[in-house]
Design a protein around this ligand. Sequence first.
Ligand code: AMP
Ligand code: MG
Length: 407
Amino acid sequence: MLTVEKARNIITENVKLLDIQQVKLQETSGRVLAEDITALFPMPRFDNSAMDGFAVKAADIAGAGKDNAVSLKMIGGVSAGDPGDLVLKPGECAQCMTGAPIPEGADAVVMVEDTSGYDSSGTVKIYLEAYPGKHIRRKGEEISEGDVLIQKKTKITPAEMGTLATFGYKHVQVYRSPRVALIGTGDELVKPGRPLKPGQIYNSNLFVFSDLANRLGAKVIIDDIVADDPKALHTCLSQALMECDVVISSGGVSMGRHDYVRKIFMELGVSEHFWRVAQKPGKPLFFGTTADTLIFGLPGNPVSSFIGFMEWVWPAIEKMMGITASRTIPAILADQFPRERVKTRFLFGRAWWDEGHLVCASSLKVGSHMLSSSLDANCIISSEPGDKPLQPGEMVQIRILPWKSIP
Ligand code: AMP
Ligand code: MG
């Protein structure tokens, strides 16, 4: 059976970056940049005042103090947005507001609090001296024209959004969002809201999948349950393959009498890369490709499909979107953790900081049907194959669930 590591490599080799599209700035939240963003002009763009106050020549007010006021002639005022065409001569000052261009000839700003303020006399008393450059934001002091501000493949968050707007970008190039199909298979599945007949269960997997897909920024094109009926499956899966970049199914991919998913994917021309992985839960895991589509057939048990999505599908979609795929990190076990002889073992768990160490413990609910094991989890813990359970104090790898934090 294929090891987890080999299976990961196979998926990585088959993931292609999605194509690029131009998008309006306000529609780029969460998208990934497909271009380096450079500064189109220096920042600040011109010398401007950092304070509301008076622009002066520092030499004019040398030695000014509370008991030694220097009077200057006020020649006018500049506000943010003014073109800034005032010229200051010795003995003069100009009222200036935060963000206003510094008048030519001025080399410092005195805060209004350190002056007598503006009155109709036409002179202003200055109560504090200033060094040249004081309270002036210099042209280019933050960023030079042409600097790379944001690198290609960065995800757009509020900081990137604000920076793009600062430099006047109206449109940016981003990777296209993947179109995904989420397909739940099983005669027993019922949509929440309808009554359950004996033997039936509610479809929960697709609700997990669609929330995960939305968190990734993928576009869910198909989200439907299908009976274990080869004809119905054929129709649904073939449409999914035509319309989507990623097809994710749950259930029907194992050894059961009604497990048709794998066979139908193959009939539809999907090349199978693997069908089983040495992992628990989720051994039956189908991965295949067509020219344009990645296909993941996850098993139906709710924990197998949730963990399967996080371990296999999530990193692949991240990679398609240009995001560096999230990694696992080491943590110290607080409790025993099971191991399988030849399989990697995954369980939902909790991780927390304890005196600077990242510690974790798995859920006590270990069945692959026990979705409630995910409820207070903030990570997925995994152990490599081995003979004996891991003991408290030993290291494991954990994958932090990206929407959770570590207390
Ligand atoms: P399967 O992989 O089709 O053999 O299904 C394994 C188990 O998962 C069975 O108990 C199914 O009833 C259950 N199951 C399959 N699909 C879903 C689903 N969409 N939501 C919740 N449970 C499911
Ligand atoms: Mg089934």
